[in-house]
Design a protein around this ligand. Sequence first.
Ligand SMILES: Nc1ncnc2c1ncn2[C@@H]1O[C@H](COP(=O)(O)OP(=O)(O)OP(=O)(O)O)[C@@H](O)[C@H]1O
Ligand SMILES: [Mg+2]
Length: 255
Amino acid sequence: MARGRKLYEGKAKVLFAGPEPGTIIQYFKDDATAFNNVKKGTITGKGVLNNRISEYLMTKLMEIGIPTHFLKRINMREQLIREVEIIPVEIIVRNIAAGSMSKRLGIPEGTQLPRSIVEYCYKSDELGDPLIAEEHITAFGWASPQDLDDILAMSLRVNDFLSGLFAGIGIKLVDFKLEYGRIFDENGEMRIVLADEISPDNCRLWDTTTNEKMDKDRFRRDLGNVAEAYQEVARRLGILPEGGLQDLQGSDTLQ
Ligand SMILES: Nc1ncnc2c1ncn2[C@@H]1O[C@H](COP(=O)(O)OP(=O)(O)OP(=O)(O)O)[C@@H](O)[C@H]1O
Ligand SMILES: [Mg+2]
């Protein structure tokens, strides 16, 4: 598939203009960063796995009626998506205390939360993605109260669905981060869709019986076997090809 010009290079992905107007090719890199770009490294095969895992999870979510930007996977590292206007807010859904929430509030990691808690962060690398309140989002016009209601309802549905899906393969969905964007149709009607990616880069996934971490915390905290953990998530989802990663369809890749 013809790739257009490079539109944006982020920390984990590169966006290229897609074949049709309003489409983008999202290329998944092996690069990993943590602590707002202070720690950098590569996780061999991560891009291939995240491309496949995100395709799988977005497809499952579309099957239950969650609108997403996903159109199709093109090859090992690329997927075709709909171009959206990204809402500059990260939605974090938490089921078990971990990471920044544990630090901020002094709640030991692993504490089961009394109910799912949704947090918002302002997407800004310069500011370190600060925690914000709903008030900031609506007051500064990042999303209208109605948009925010929809985003919250969708995020809770995503949480319920993915929690069940992972529970079925012996994994606890501890927390995750979502991004949403706006799509405008021919009549100028606006729709909000789930964008970016859902992968072990932005979910905390713990083995149900051992609590072993199967996500980017292995990289953040130098726990080792990072690539193996991502592969194990794909294997349990039933999407790791028997012959290994190279058996994933398509191979016209950059790296
Ligand atoms: N459908 C889409 N249309 C347009 N932009 C998108 C879409 N989905 C995701 N994006 C944006 O593409 C970029 C993906 O690249 P990557 O995840 O590497 O960025 P990043 O380094 O995390 O930076 P950022 O702080 O911008 O998220 C992000 O900025 C994300 O918000
Ligand atoms: Mg990102």
